[in-house]
Design a protein around this ligand. Structure first.
Ligand SMILES: Nc1ncnc2c1ncn2[C@@H]1O[C@H](COP(=O)(O)OP(=O)(O)O)[C@@H](O)[C@H]1O
Ligand SMILES: [Mg+2]
Length: 258
């Protein structure tokens, strides 16, 4: 049975997609079987992983029951991908059926034994798509950047997690807060790090030991159709993401996807 990890934060630009992409590629390089799911109508994760997003069935069709999972999965560089596109933005209005919170979980259920890890990227919102991700997942990773504004809104995020935990998915666990675009030399970084520690305590979790430093390679790699590891293996971000994957795999209950 696959371990499911969703990357979440309702703020945009904190590194959700970059982290989802790095996790999927890095775990695949370690020979784990990975399914990457793009739940953001912007379709960026699919793009990063080289999926066709415009003229192909997407996760939207799967959730609606209009396509089978075999028809939606694309394979690229050894990673299976459920892509998304802008049609997914209609979800909030369109998915009004009873059980709408379970549409993703139901859609991927037939293939859960085929993977070691399922990585879900989420939109910069707390909406029905986010709730579907939380309902389908075992773990949440919350990326944050060292900016004061990035810490605001955390109480809504906490409320959404608690709601899903109470109603749809009691076993959901926040694995940790990942500090991204990290620069230890900046004073602000220290302040934000302390605040992140406080938030982590509120969420009953931790700040990951590994921090991700900024490198242009993260922004450039997708345009070259490559992972950050292949595009610039010696960049700080690639080194940090490699270390982060080690930290993830070493978490209790995570190894070998068991
Ligand atoms: N560690 C990093 N170093 C440099 N640029 C980064 C890093 N992480 C993210 N970025 C860049 O910041 C922007 C937002 O990142 P992204 O992963 O798309 O965030 P989100 O999915 O949370 O909106 C992108 O242009 C991305 O390339
Ligand atoms: Mg994104």
């Amino acid at each position: 049975m696959a371990k499911v990890i969703a990357i979440t934060n309702q703020k945009g630009g904190v590194g959700k997609t970059s982290t989802a992409s790095a996790l999927a590629s890095g775990l695949q390089e370690k020979k784990y079987k990975v399914l990457a799911i793009d739940l953001d109508p912007q379709g960026n994760l699919g793009f990063c992983l080289g999926a066709e997003t415009e003229n192909a069935p997407t996760v939207y069709d799967l959730m609606k029951g209009a396509a089978s999972i075999e028809d939606v999965i694309q394979t690229n560089n050894g990673i299976d991908i459920l892509p998304a596109n802008i049609l997914l933005s209609g979800a909030e209005l369109e998915f009004s059926n009873i059980g709408r919170e379970f549409m993703l979980k139901k859609g991927i259920a037939p293939v859960m034994d085929d993977y070691d890890f399922v990585i879900i990227d989420t939109p910069p919102a707390l909406n029905i798509l986010t709730v579907n991700a939380y309902t389908a997942t075992d773990y949440l990773i919350i990326p944050m950047v060292p900016e004061i504004l990035s810490l605001l809104g955390i109480s809504q995020l906490t409320e959404t997690i608690e709601l899903v935990k109470g109603v749809y998915n009691p076993k959901i666990e926040v694995l940790g807060i990942l500090l991204n675009k990290y620069d230890a030399r900046r004073t602000l970084t220290k302040d934000v790090e302390e605040m992140a520690q406080m938030i982590a305590r509120q969420l009953g979790t931790k700040v990951f030991t590994t921090k991700i430093r900024a490198s242009v390679a993260v922004a450039e790699a997708p345009a070259h159709g490559q992972s950050v590891f292949r595009y610039s293996p010696k960049s700080n971000s690639a080194k940090d993401y490699r270390q982060f994957i080690k930290e993830i795999i070493s978490q209790k209950g995570m190894k070998d996807g068991n």
